[in-house]
Structures are given as structure tokens and as C-alpha cells.
Write a protein that binds this ligand. Structure first.
Ligand SMILES: [Ca+2]
Ligand SMILES: [Ca+2]
Ligand SMILES: [Ca+2]
Length: 497
């Protein structure tokens, strides 16, 4: 997502410099008003004031540039008279023109810096508004993190093997490349986590499995989920290497907790494979796709659904993998796509769509958007057909970033990893799927390197007993509190009250 976000910021900067367009204001909230002291009002005021600040920077930029135009023009007006002075005048004129050009360059740089500052101010105001809404119990402070090996710079997904209770971790290692491009410093791996001992062990160097190699020569294992066949299904996100529908679902063949060394390609042609989720009954596999990159939308993405019967043998032996069609319009482009969304354009927010995905004990599917925190609920019937769908959290309301989400049956709660704010939020899924949800915050902290166990860009979590294990992705971009991919790489641990 990082590169697209940078593009978004560049576009925002260009529009500010060119006095063409201001960032869109937040859409009208369903409750509250900007003049009330309601929670919605607080956020709206913050956004309005941020947009107002943007407007000021905007005018300032325009004025400065106009000044330069006059300087050049005035000099030209005086350039006339005696022929013998003409050469000298021309020379002076050239020098002046050069000077003006240099000044203009400096000025542009200064304006760009101002715009950058304004952008940060937008975020600061929005963050302050969120913080005013959220309270949490100090006893939930994460401590005693599981410190990961130095070569696990970007961990991402987790899954517990339902047959053995062992926790597995995916480590795509996207971070710390020069300019975040080119070959990764460390290979992508699948690891086993011993939660009690606080130790990890690489069980598969998935980067170097020959038969799954692609033109990008890199693998991006993100979401993990165990299938009814006991194998580990992996969302392979190729988007950070190649944006042309090269992402996949892979099957790591397992013998209990031990990968056999064989990996198969199950699904091909997704855009950004992110979260993957086998339903508890083992009948369906779901996958979120975060970017479809459809030109007319600020952002777009969706949810894929695959039936057990078609997927369990796909890519195995002589069976071909499932090749999904590119999504260029929306639902109907491919039969496996069951949800399609565009992403609202809001100040301080990027364009990442569906990311975290899970289901509750009744099989209701929940998912949320990375860059706005918009969340949705899907009710599917016994045949996997969507029979009801609704938005349960509007964009940029209680929070504005939904990375991985996880349903814990013990506490009957869905936990949300808010990558942007270094926070974990939660809600109890209502039995009546027409009822709204009530959000709470488990914990949030400021920018950190993670050494003291604090959240350092949380992206996924699981709950084992009363212990919540949280993966810190720690690959920042400008909209997040996290400012640096830094050692140590950690899994945070919260003892739930
Ligand atoms: Ca994710
Ligand atoms: Ca760190
Ligand atoms: Ca960090």
C-alpha cells in the first residue's frame, strides 16, 4: 500500500500548489452536528479546521508564485534605449532571468514544505479528535513482547493450527529496502511461534520454493489460514512488486505442524491478496483484495469467496489452479467476487480498501478498509449466497484504519488492529445482524520502536486463552503514527482482563 499512498500524497501536494482542488471534506455524519459537542461533531470540527488550514496554505502558494511573474515582467519593461547598451542590458536580463528561475525553484521547495507541514497538521487534528473519543484500561498495557529474529523485519499474518494449537506467523519482509523497491534484504518465511517460551522458529523459507517462483522473483506471504485438509493457505501479495494482477493464494502442504516442503498455487490473478479466512465449518475460503486500481475511483477493492469443493484440489497434481478475472467494473466481473467497494476520499486518508476479515460464531462475515476504517458485515446462507449486507462502521468515525481483524470465541469479541494509530479496538458482534455495533478500545500508544512491548504498527492479532498476541508490521508510511522500521521486530502481548 505504501507506494500508492505516496502517490496519493503527491497528488494532494500538486493540487494544493496548483490551487486547483482542496481535499474533500468529510461526508455528512448520520448523527451529531459540527456545532454540538457530540463525538461526531468533534471529528467534523477537526476536519473542517484542517481543510481550512489547507485552504490558507493554498492561497499563500498562489500569491508567492504570482510575485515571481511580476519580477520578470518589470525587468522587461525597462529593457529599451541606446543600441550600445543593448548587449549589456541583454546580459543583465539573462542573469536576472536565471536569478528569478533559481528563486522560483527555492520558492517552490518552500511551498512544498509548507504543504507537507499542512498535511501533517491535518493528521494531527484528526488524530486528536479520535483520541478524545477513545478511553482504555491502563491494565491492558502490553508487556514482555516476543522479540523476533533480526531477519524478520516485516512480519504480517498469523494462524493457529486448529488440530495442534500451534501458532504460525508469516514474514514477507517488505521493509528496509532502498526506496522500498528492488530485492528484499531477507527472504520471506513461515515461522512457528512458541508463545509460552517467547521463541520463534523458521519452518519454511517460502521465498525459495522453486515451483511457485514468478517473474517478480519475490513472494509476499500475508494472511494465513488452516484449511479443513490440515494444510496452511497463504495470501501471496505480489502487489508491492507488480501491480498487474499477479497476487495468489498458495497452499503449504503440512504434516501436522511441519511443512512438507511442497507448496501449490491454488488461486491466481488477484490484485493485492491480503487477509485470508477459512470458515469454521471448512466450507468456504474468503480473501480480501485491497486495491483494484479502477481509474474512476479514488480506491476500490473487494472480497473473494471460494467453495471448499473447488478449492481443495485446485493446483494439486494435474488439477489447474483457479484463475480469477481482473476486476475492472465491479461485481459480475468474476463469479468469485462477492463484495465490491469504492473507498471514500477523505483528508488525511489514503485509498486502501478491504483488509481485515473474519467471521463470528454464527458465520457472519466482517471486514474493514485499511485507509478509512469503514467496516462491513455480510450474512451468507448455507449455499454461500450473500443474503444481507450493511456498513457497521462509517469511514473515519471511531477510527480510520482497519488492518487485520480477529474473532475470539472466549471473549465473544472481534478485535481490530488499527495500524495507523498503534491501537486495538473491539466490539461484540450483535446476535441480531440488524443491530449496530458498539466500539471500545483495548489499548493505544504513541510512536515507538516496540522494545518495551508497545504496539509498533499492529496489523494482525490472535487470542490464545487470555493472551492477545499482536503482530507489529513496522513498515511505516506518512499517514501512520509509526515513523520508522526499527529493531526490534516484535509481537506485542496483552493479558486480557
Ligand atoms: Ca492485513
Ligand atoms: Ca520495531
Ligand atoms: Ca517502528
Amino acid at each position: 500500500m505504501k507506494r500508492l499512498l505516496i502517490v496519493t500524497i503527491t497528488v494532494l501536494s500538486i493540487s494544493l500548489i496548483g490551487c486547483v482542488q482542496k481535499p474533500a471534506a468529510t461526508p455528512p455524519a448520520e448523527t451529531g452536528s459540527p456545532t454540538t459537542t457530540s463525538e461526531t461533531g468533534v471529528l467534523e470540527n477537526a476536519v473542517e479546521s484542517a481543510v481550512d488550514k489547507t485552504g490558507k496554505a493554498d492561497n499563500h502558494a498562489g500569491h508567492d508564485h504570482a510575485g515571481h511573474d511580476h519580477t520578470g515582467h518589470d525587468h522587461a519593461d525597462h529593457d529599451h534605449g541606446v543600441k550600445s547598451e543593448a548587449n549589456e542590458a541583454a546580459k543583465v536580463s539573462e542573469e536576472l532571468a536565471e536569478k528569478v528561475k533559481e528563486e522560483a525553484k527555492e520558492e517552490t521547495k518552500a511551498v512544498e514544505q509548507k504543504v507537507e507541514k499542512t498535511y501533517k497538521e491535518i493528521n494531527a487534528d484528526i488524530v486528536a479528535a479520535y483520541k478524545a473519543k477513545r478511553k482504555f484500561d491502563a491494565n491492558n498495557k502490553p508487556k514482555d513482547p516476543i522479540v523476533l529474529p533480526k531477519e524478520y523485519v516485516t512480519p504480517d499474518g498469523m494462524a493457529v493450527n486448529p488440530k495442534t494449537g500451534t501458532l504460525f506467523l508469516s514474514v514477507p519482509n517488505f521493509a528496509r529496502r532502498p526506496n522500498d523497491t528492488g530485492k528484499k534484504l531477507f527472504p520471506a518465511v513461515i515461522a512457528k511461534v512458541d508463545v509460552e517460551a517467547g521463541k520463534t522458529e523458521t519452518v519454511l523459507e517460502i521465498e525459495n520454493i522453486d515451483n511457485i517462483k514468478v517473474a517478480t522473483e519475490q513472494i509476499g506471504p500475508m494472511g494465513l489460514s488452516f484449511g479443513p485438509d490440515g494444510n496452511l493457505y497463504v495470501a501471496d501479495n505480489q502487489y508491492f512488486f507488480d501491480k498487474s494482477n499477479k497476487s495468489r493464494i498458495l497452499r503449504v502442504l503440512m504434516d501436522g505442524d511441519k511443512p512438507t516442503g511442497k507448496v501449490e498455487i491454488v488461486v491466481e490473478g488477484t490484485k493485492l491478496s491480503n487477509a485470508i479466512y477459512w470458515t469454521k465449518d471448512g466450507n468456504y475460503l474468503y480473501l480480501t483484495d485491497t486495491f483494484f486500481d479502477i481509474e474512476e475511483h479514488h480506491g476500490s477493492g473487494g472480497v473473494w469467496q471460494f467453495k471448499k469443493d473447488e478449492i481443495l484440489n485446485a493446483g494439486s497434481g494435474e488439477n489447474p489452479s483457479i484463475k480469477v478475472k481482473p476486476i475492472t467494473k465491479g461485481l459480475g466481473d468474476d463469479e468469485h467476487l462477492i463484495a465490491f467497494h469504492t473507498v471514500k476520499k477523505l483528508p488525511g486518508c489514503g485509498n486502501g480498501g478491504p483488509d481485515g476479515l473474519t467471521s463470528d460464531s454464527d458465520g457472519v462475515i466482517y471486514y474493514g478498509f485499511f485507509d478509512t476504517g469503514e467496516m462491513h458485515r455480510l450474512v451468507v446462507d448455507a449455499n454461500g449466497k450473500v443474503v444481507a449486507t450493511d456498513e457497521i462502521h462509517p469511514a473515519c468515525d471511531y477510527f480510520h484504519c482497519c488492518d487485520g481483524i480477529y474473532y475470539d470465541a472466549g471473549t465473544n469479541k472481534i478485535y481490530i488492529n488499527d495500524s495507523s494509530a498503534n491501537a486495538i479496538h473491539a466490539f461484540t458482534p450483535p446476535k441480531d445482524t440488524k443491530q449496530p455495533i458498539t466500539l471500545e478500545t483495548v489499548w493505544e500508544n504513541g510512536n515507538t520502536d516496540g522494545a518495551d512491548g508497545s504496539l509498533d504498527q499492529p496489523c494482525e492479532c490472535v487470542v490464545i486463552g487470555k493472551k492477545m498476541i499482536i503482530v507489529n508490521f513496522d513498515w511505516p508510511f506518512p499517514e501512520l503514527l509509526n515513523t520508522a522500521s526499527d529493531d526490534p521486530s516484535t509481537l506485542s502481548v496483552i493479558e486480557l482482563q
